[in-house]
Every structure is written in C-alpha cells, then in structure tokens.
Design a protein around this ligand. Sequence first.
Ligand SMILES: NC(=O)C1=CN([C@@H]2O[C@H](COP(=O)(O)OP(=O)(O)OC[C@H]3O[C@@H](n4cnc5c(N)ncnc54)[C@H](O)[C@@H]3O)[C@@H](O)[C@H]2O)[C@H](O)CC1
Ligand SMILES: [K+]
Length: 680
Amino acid sequence: MNVYLSDILTACILFPVVAFLITVPYMIYQYRRRGSVPKLHTAIVYSFVFYLTCAYFLVLLPLPADRTAYVAYAATPQLVPFNFVHEFLAETTFSPSDPATWLRVLRDPYIYEAFFNVLLLLPLGAYLRYYFRRRWWQALIIGFLVTLSFETTQLTGLWGIYEHPYRLFDVDDLIQNTLGAMVGFWLAGPAMRTLPDLRTANLRAAEAGLSASVTRRALSFALDSALTAALAVGSIYLVYRSGLVAAPIGAKATAAQALEATTAQISDALLPARLCILIALVIVFFIVPVVTRGRTPAQALLHLRIVRTGARRASWYHYLARYGLLFVFIWIPWGLFTLLTEVGGSSIGSEAGTLATFASQNTEACIAVLAVFTVAWVVSLIVRGVRAASGRAPFVMLNGMLSRTRIMTESGLAAERARLSALSVDDVRKLEQLIAEGGISLASLMRCAGEAVADEVRTWAGGPVRVCVLTGSGNNGGDGWVCAESLARSGYPVTLITPKTAEELTAEPARTEARSSLKRTLEGEFPLTVAVAPEADDAARALDEAEVVVDAILGTGFTGSSLREPYATWISLANLRRFKGPRGKGRGAHRARTGKPSKRASGTTLRDRRKDAPFAVAVDVPSGYSAQAATWADPCFCADVTVTMLAMKPGLIASGAERFCGQVKLAELVDTAPYREKLG
Ligand SMILES: NC(=O)C1=CN([C@@H]2O[C@H](COP(=O)(O)OP(=O)(O)OC[C@H]3O[C@@H](n4cnc5c(N)ncnc54)[C@H](O)[C@@H]3O)[C@@H](O)[C@H]2O)[C@H](O)CC1
Ligand SMILES: [K+]
C-alpha cells in the first residue's frame, strides 16, 4: 500500500507538468485546425495524459536497486487464470455467515490488489467511450492491449534495461485490468447523459474559430514582433561583428571612454543598428505579406490573412499603409518622449533644434500631451478589444480603418466570400444547367453533393454511429440516397426513409441514383435499411435510435407556406427527438404515438437541443425553409449544420437563418468561377 501511496505522491508533484507539456502540441493542433482551443477538450486530453502517465508509472515503479537485481517472486510468470480466487479461498478465514469476518476480506491482499487492478484501467474505459467514442469491443481490445503492454514491460525488465523481470507477469492482472476498462466503459454510458456533448463543443470551437479574435491577433503580433526582434538582434550582431562599421562603444571600451563618447558619436554609430531594425520590420511586415499575398509569418502560422474591406485581396500598398501607420502610431509617443528626454542634451540635430527649444520651454505641456495621447490610445484599444470580445463589433484598429484593411481568419474569409457571392435560387438552377452543358453531368453533381454531406457526418461523428436519412421525392432526396450509400459503405448503420420506392420517384437524376443504389445494396455490396412510407411510429423509432439525422426531404424545390404529409410528420418527429428527447424520456406519449407537430419544437435554437440529441444535417437547405425568401413553414427542420450546394442562397445568410440552418457550410462541388462568369 505504501508503495502505491508514495508513487501517487511523486506523480502528483511531477506529472502535472509532464502532462501539460504533452498537451501543448494538442492545443497547437486544435488552434490551427479550428482557430480556437476548445477548453473542455483540452481539459479532458490533459487529464487523460495525466492519468496514463500516472498509471504507467504505477506499473513501472518501484524500480530494482540495480540492473542485475534478481527478484525471486517475479522470476516465473503466473499463467493460471483466476489463481487469485484459489489463493484467496485457500488462505482466507472469511465466512459469509460470520459478519465479523467480512471486514477482513477487504484487508486481504488478494482482494484489494484485485480492486486496485480493476480501478487502474477504469478511467481508460470511460475515456474510450466518452472522449474517443469507441464501441465496447474496441474498448475491450484496447484495454487488453494496454494491460498487456504493462505486463510485458514488467516481464522484460523494462524492455531489457534490467536483466531480470522485477515485477510478476500475472495473467490475473490482465483479466482484472481489462475488466476495469470494461467497467469504466459501462459506467461512462449513464454519466454521458449529464456530461457535455464533446461533438457540439467541437462545432462551437469551429464557429469561434471563424472570427479573428483579439487574443489570436495579439498572439500573432507578439510572435511577429519576437521574430522581428530576433532578426534585428541577429543582423546587428553580424554587422558589428564583421567590423564593417564601428560599434557605438568599442567592445573593450572602459567606462570612462564610454562616458566621453558624445551623443552625436553614439547616434552616428547606432545608425547601422537602426537600419537593421528597420529592415527586419520591412521583411516581417511588408515583404513576407507581399510574397504570401497577405500573411506575415505569424499570421501564416495562425491561419490569419490581411484583406481589404469586403473580403477583397489586398495589394502591396495596403500592407505598407496598414503597418506603416501602425508603426507611426507606436512611434509618435516614443518619439515625443525621446525628444523630451534629449532636451538639455549637448548636441541635438539642427532640424530638431526648434522643436527641442519649444519642448524645453513647455516641458509640462509636452508631458501632458504625451500622457493624453498614450492614455487615449490604450483606452480606445481596450474599449474596442472588449467590444470585440463580447461579439458586438469586429476588432478594427485605427490603422486598419485608415488603410481600409482587415485581418480575417482563413475560414472566416472563405465564409465571408461565400456569403458575398450568394446566388438566387433561380441563378443556382441556371448555374447547374451551365455546368451540365459544360460536360459535368447533374448525376455527378448529385454524387459530389451526397459525398459532401457524408463527409460532414463523418467529421462530426468520428466513428460509425447509427444514421437516419430522411429523403423526399425530388433531387434533394437524390442527394440523400448518395449520402446514405457513402455512409453505409464506411460502416455506418444507415436507415433511409423515403415516401416512395426508388422506382416511383420521378425527378432525375434522383430516380437513377436511388435505383442503382438500391440495386447495389440488394446485391449485397453494402448494408442499407430502406423504409418506404413507414408508419409514424416506425419513423419515430428510427429517429430515436439515430445519432445523426440527415434531412434530404426538400431543397430548393420547396414551394408554398406549409408542408404536405408525410414530410410534416417526419420533420416534427425529428425536431421532437432533438428538443424533447426520445420517446419515454420526458416526451408526451400521445405526441410520440401520433407524431403530431409541436409548435414549440420547431424553430428552437441550438442551445435548446438536448444533450443526447442526434446531430442534424440539412442537405442544401433545411426542409420547410425557403432558400430564397428566408420564410419558413411550420414545422421546419432545425439543423446543426446545413451543407449547401454550389453557392450560398439569400435565405441562408438572412438574419435569423441560424435558428433553422445552424452553421451553413458551402460545398462548391466544382470550380464554379467559369460558370459564374457565363451567368453574368
Ligand atoms: N438539379 C440537380 O441536378 C441537382 C440538384 N441538387 C439537389 O436538388 C435539390 C433541388 O431539387 P428539386 O428536385 O428541384 O427540388 P426538391 O428536391 O427540393 O423538391 C421537389 C419535390 O418537393 C415537392 N414539394 C415542393 N413543395 C412542397 C411542399 N410544400 N410540401 C411537400 N412537398 C413539396 C415537389 O412536389 C417535388 O416532389 C437541391 O436543393 C439540391 O439539394 C444537387 O445538389 C445537385 C444536382
Ligand atoms: K433538405
């Protein structure tokens, strides 16, 4: 026991630091991928690394005194399964009928060691289910492999470092540890009902990453400044080292010599150093952005870009104006300050003479101006920073305003450009025709559209979860068929709900795609459950079981102000499932039976979705929502993400669209630029 405790104590002191160092690359990866570090994920990864480090060291320690130490009890592996039960029964005085012996059981080494062995891998099982979203059999295999690695490390004397095994290879440890992983896995299930859904946290992190936050920009400026400083210091060192110019004060100068040097001498000799600083600034803040079309080195690292207002590409003079102004603003208070401090100096340059005389006569006034300027600058910076942090306004600095430039994230820029190049629904149809005339068939567009939605599901789910695809009888439904096939092929259990058989569909290419997909699944190429015009109860069951719902009922072909059956019921059921939970879990039984639309269920925001709600993806546009007019029917599908095809549509970028569309992502499917030109 003491061994365990002292090991835990060492771990408590040392491992938090080690775990943090291991977590840092993860944070950098997340920052670059999503543009923000998801706090919850980072905390979980940190705790996981910390736990694994502790667990491994608990297994390794204590080490033998020297490399050749022979540990007698560890020499022969214990290969009899459940040996600890035999040993316990042979030695124990425990009797179920005698309560006085009950406590003794807990103090029996066979029992508490078994208990600790189970406890050791219990967190692993929980992490595997909650964070890594593994299935039970995957947790079983991983749990077993981890414990096997523990035992083998002991058996091989830390992989040959020690000449003999120093801890016993015990098959019972394997059994108990693996059991622990499974207990953790099962306990995580109920716990997950109250724990936050990490996949939604991912969605929020990606959303947060769209905007160039103040912290991200401050970090980028700090990194660029550090790089500039490094370049400047390096080049100054090289310049003076080369002997081409005299150092301001000779390396071997005495203090007296240094004091004798006049301000002018120092100023002359400092000129090359000042030039070095200027060149470093020009390289980092001008030349690199020109070469990379709008990114300083740190901005490239943090996925930021300088653009003109309106998300247009900036030119070289924009970078010059932006950073030129910034450094002028930074320099003004500094220059004023220098001027003031140099007053009374013996040799002020003639050009500064008049100013200096003025400054010497009005020192207090100059200090006041300097203070007011600096305070106003800092206060305005803080005010704009706070406003930006609260999401009320983008963080625009004065130099940005004057140079008409902005800093945006790469993902935010893509979203903004997509928003600015939105097309009306009619234009999207014309675009489709132009693309088809250009040689890319509508069927292949449909395949790309379905794949784009399937990719979105895969990114979110991270593993094969149960999916329910709701399809309509038009081409939006066709996208749904392609998506269902793609997911089924990657091992996702998919149920596709359709109002008609594939044969009865009339829209093309949806009919052809649905028929061939059905043929392939009937031939056994991939498993797909197809429910044709199911009863409301059956549809509800499929939705209750699903972890992802794909809405491919209606797209841009939706007309009117209400939905016809069976779509209205399906959408109500999907919304009910997301906002009220599965049947029998707080949802009215009568509503569950009839699938009667609930007014409250539609048009609720992401915040109101249940934690265990399935992830909802709308294909092109949520069904019941007008992609053109931004009006909606009751019910209207509420999505977490809408994957829209070819171009953004006016309804998707209208204010309040988020309520139904969630996050809107553009799937361009093909390079639309040449066809847009033809569209005029
Ligand atoms: N055109 C292409 O090749 C591609 C299209 N893509 C996807 O297709 C849809 C647009 O398809 P379309 O067939 O024009 O319309 P819908 O599927 O959205 O709907 C038509 C279908 O819906 C019925 N309907 C209309 N209004 C209602 C209503 N109020 N209630 C019930 N039913 C209604 C109508 O009768 C028709 O049967 C587009 O959004 C894309 O998702 C591909 O992305 C690319 C190729
Ligand atoms: K849809």
